[in-house]
Design a protein around this ligand. Structure first.
Ligand code: GMT
Length: 378
C-alpha cells in the first residue's frame, strides 16, 4: 500500500501519533509519504520505506501569510500523481482535511481520504466560527473519519453535528521505547538533588494544559513533601508560570528544562507526572508516563479517564481542585506501596490497551475497508 500522511511537524501529540503510525506502516513494508512544512520531529529521514515531501511556502509581497493551504494542496496532488499514492491520511483536520479534499479534486490520480481528528481541531479551534463550516464540510467529505477517544467521537457528533460513522482508534505507545528501565541516577541528578521527589509536567504551555494549576497544586504539595517541579516544554503561558512561581515563593523548587527531545529517558526519572488539563481528547504524556512506570496525576475531563483509571493506574481530580491534585502528589511521594501498584498497573494497561503494533493494524484495516468499499461501489 502507498500511504500519504499529512501532519503538523512540531512537538505535539497529533504529529507524534502520525509519525509513529507512518513508521509502523513502513515497518510492515508499506510505502509512506509524509507531507508537511517541516520534517516531523520524531522522523530522522533515514527510515526505509519513508519519504518526506516538504511543502514550500509561497510568499508574495501583497499578503501577510504564506498561503500554506494552497502549497499543501498542490503538494498532496503532486505526490499522489508522481508516487501513485492510494490513501491520503490527514492528521488534525485543520487545514489538512480541506487540503486533502481539494487535492483529490485536482489530482489526476484518484485516492481515498482519511481524516483523524485529534482534539482542538474539533473542540477549541474547530469551534471557531470562521473555521467551523469549512472544517465540518471537509471532514464530512473524507471517506473515513477516525478519532482518538470515545469522548471525542461524542463531542464531534454533538458539536460538529456530523451524523456519520466515526471510528475510535485510541492512541498508542511503543513500550520498548518508553520503559521504566530507562531511569538513571545520572539523568535524575541533572534535574533534582538526592532525596528530592520529582514531580514532572510536560506540555506546550497553552491555557488548556492548566499550567497555572500545575504550579498552584505543587505549591500546596511542597509544604508536605521534599519535592522538585520539573517543567518540560515551551509555549505562551511559560512567562506567566515563572511569575506565578515567584509569587508563590517556590521558584527555588522549580526547574525549567525547555523543549526536550527525545523524552523517553527523562520521564522514567519522575515520581509522578502532573497533567491537570482542562481539555484533552486523550493525553499522550499520561500514556508515556504509564508505559514508563510513572503514575500520572491528571484531570477527570474529556478522554482522560479512557487512558488513566483513577486509583488503578493513576490519580485524577478536577483541574481546579488544587488541594485534591496536591493530595494525590503527596500520596504518591509518601506511599511507596501505592506508587508501586499504580506504576505496575499503568505499564500493564499501556501494553494491554494502547500497543503501537495493534493500533497500526487497526489503521491498516481501515485503509483496506475503504479500498474494498470503493471496489464494491465501482
Ligand atoms: O489539539 C491539540 O491541542 C493539539 C493536539 C496535538 O497536536 O498535540 O493534541 C491533541 O491530540 C493529541 C494526540 O491525539 C491528544 O493526545 C491530545 O489530548 C489532544 N489535545 C487536546 O485535546 C487538547
Amino acid at each position: 500500500m502507498k500511504v500519504g500522511i499529512i501532519c503538523h511537524p512540531s512537538i505535539g501529540g497529533s504529529g507524534l501519533v502520525a509519525t509513529q503510525l507512518g513508521i509502523g506502516l513502513a515497518h510492515r513494508g508499506h510505502e509512506v509519504h509524509f507531507i508537511s512544512r517541516a520534517m516531523p520531529f520524531r522522523l530522522s529521514g533515514r527510515e526505509s520505506n519513508v519519504h518526506f515531501h516538504p511543502v514550500e511556502p509561497v510568499y508574495y509581497p501583497l499578503f501577510d501569510d504564506s498561503l500554506y493551504t494552497f502549497s499543501l494542496t498542490a503538494k498532496i496532488a503532486e505526490v499522489a500523481e508522481k508516487h501513485d499514492v492510494g490513501i491520503m491520511h490527514a492528521h488534525y483536520s485543520i487545514p489538512h482535511s480541506l487540503c486533502v479534499h481539494l487535492a483529490r479534486q485536482i489530482s489526476r490520480r484518484d485516492f481515498h481520504t482519511v481524516t483523524t481528528i485529534h482534539g482542538t481541531d474539533s473542540t477549541l479551534l474547530g469551534q471557531d466560527r470562521p473555521l467551523y463550516p469549512l472544517n465540518r464540510f471537509s471532514i464530512d467529505q473524507s471517506d473515513v473519519v477516525t478519532t482518538v477517544s470515545n469522548f471525542q467521537r461524542r463531542y464531534i457528533r454533538e458539536h460538529l453535528h456530523l451524523d456519520r460513522d466515526i471510528e475510535v482508534i485510541h492512541n498508542f505507545i511503543d513500550p520498548d521505547a518508553f520503559k521504566p528501565e530507562l531511569a538513571s541516577l545520572e539523568t535524575r541528578r541533572t534535574m533534582a538533588e538526592d532525596g528530592e521527589k520529582i514531580v514532572m509536567h510536560v506540555s506546550n504551555f497553552r491555557l488548556p494544559k492548566n499550567t497555572a494549576g500545575v504550579v498552584k497544586a505543587f505549591a500546596r504539595a511542597v509544604r508536605k513533601v521534599r519535592a522538585r517541579l520539573v517543567l518540560i516544554g515551551d509555549g505562551p503561558e511559560l512567562e506567566q508560570v515563572k511569575v506565578l512561581c515567584r509569587e508563590l515563593k517556590i521558584a527555588n523548587r522549580v526547574t525549567f528544562m525547555g523543549k526536550v527531545n527525545p523524552i523517553e529517558a527523562i520521564i522514567p526519572n519522575a515520581d509522578c507526572v502532573l497533567q491537570p488539563s482542562y481539555t484533552e481528547s486523550f493525553g499522550m504524556v499520561s500514556l508515556e508516563a504509564m508505559a514508563s512506570g510513572v503514575p500520572p496525576v491528571t484531570s477527570t475531563r474529556d478522554g482522560i479517564p479512557e487512558v488513566v483509571v483513577h486509583g488503578e493506574t493513576g490519580l485524577t481530580a478536577d483541574p481546579d481542585d488544587h488541594q485534591g491534585l496536591a493530595d494525590h502528589v503527596v500520596a504518591l511521594c509518601r506511599d511507596d506501596v501505592l506508587h508501586e501498584k499504580l506504576a505496575r498497573n499503568g505499564r500493564q494497561r499501556a501494553i494491554d490497551h494502547f500497543l503501537w503494533d495493534r493500533q497500526v493494524d487497526r489503521y491498516l484495516q481501515t485503509y483496506n475497508q475503504c479500498q474494498d468499499n470503493q471496489k464494491i461501489s465501482a
